[in-house]
Design a protein. Structure first.
Lengths: 152, 85
């Protein structure tokens, strides 16, 4: 299963071990783990709730992985995204990519997380001392995506 | 025609509605038409779906835009820009 949306935590070592098991053609594994910060936009964050669009989320992530696989000679890719209540220090998201050489694994991993941040239907709501608030989309995320679109 | 509506995150909270089934009058052909139709309900609908607000749309669980045609029984969703990762 290349894409998982789940409440429970994940273990990077276990996931990478499963991804590369028996795959001697792999020469590089690049992984990205996103975590909950205790500070955002000038406020401390005590907790967060992650909402998503069941059904569309999985399709969107599968589409992004498929686009990365079409663009680079990667062997496999895995995306795990957590939903529900999360707290600072918690892991939110894992993207792992395997390929024969490191260059395409680095690029494909960054491409997947950049697209995930602007196209996968997840929304964060933070609890701060000023009350609960929905996180605003970042212009820098759109800028990160622009670099990949130039190459399309 | 009848379609399914879904709302998420801040839009869901503003409308106090996660989903509903709606019968549309004739002449509504695109997601943009649906948005205008719902705005006409007034109150939070006019505000949350107002033109100029950063609003994203999906048609049958695919990212779409106001020009996307609707079809009988389709699922149309409105939500704010995404903030996952």
């Amino acid at each position: 299963m290349p894409v998982r949306v789940q409440q429970q935590d994940f273990d990077l070592s276990d996931e990478v071990a499963a991804l590369r098991a028996g795959q001697a053609g792999i020469g590089a594994i690049v992984s990205f783990v996103g975590t909950v910060r205790d500070m955002n936009d000038g406020s401390s964050v005590a907790a967060m709730e992650l909402e998503h669009y069941p059904g569309m989320t999985e399709k969107a992530l599968e589409d992004i992985v498929a686009k990365a696989k079409a663009r680079w000679p990667v062997l496999d890719a895995l995306v795990i995204h957590r939903v529900g209540p999360l707290a600072p220090l918690d892991q939110i998201v894992l993207v792992a990519v395997t390929s024969p050489h490191r260059g395409e694994a680095f690029d494909a991993c960054e491409y997947i997380i950049d697209y995930l941040k602007t196209e996968a239907p997840f929304w964060k709501k933070e609890q701060t001392p000023e009350g609960a608030r929905w996180v605003d989309a970042r212009v820098t995320d759109d800028a990160a995506l622009a670099k990949w679109k130039e190459g399309d | 025609m009848q379609i399914q509506l879904r709302f998420f995150a801040s839009v869901r909270e503003a409308l106090n509605t996660a989903q509903e089934s709606v019968e549309l009058p004739s002449g509504i052909r695109t997601i943009g038409d649906v948005r205008l139709h719902l705005q006409a309900r007034g109150g939070p609908w006019a505000e949350a779906l107002a033109q100029g607000r950063a609003l994203r749309m999906a048609y049958n669980q695919q990212m779409s835009d106001e020009s996307t045609p609707i079809t009988p029984g389709c699922e149309v969703a409105f939500f704010p820009p995404v903030t996952g990762g």
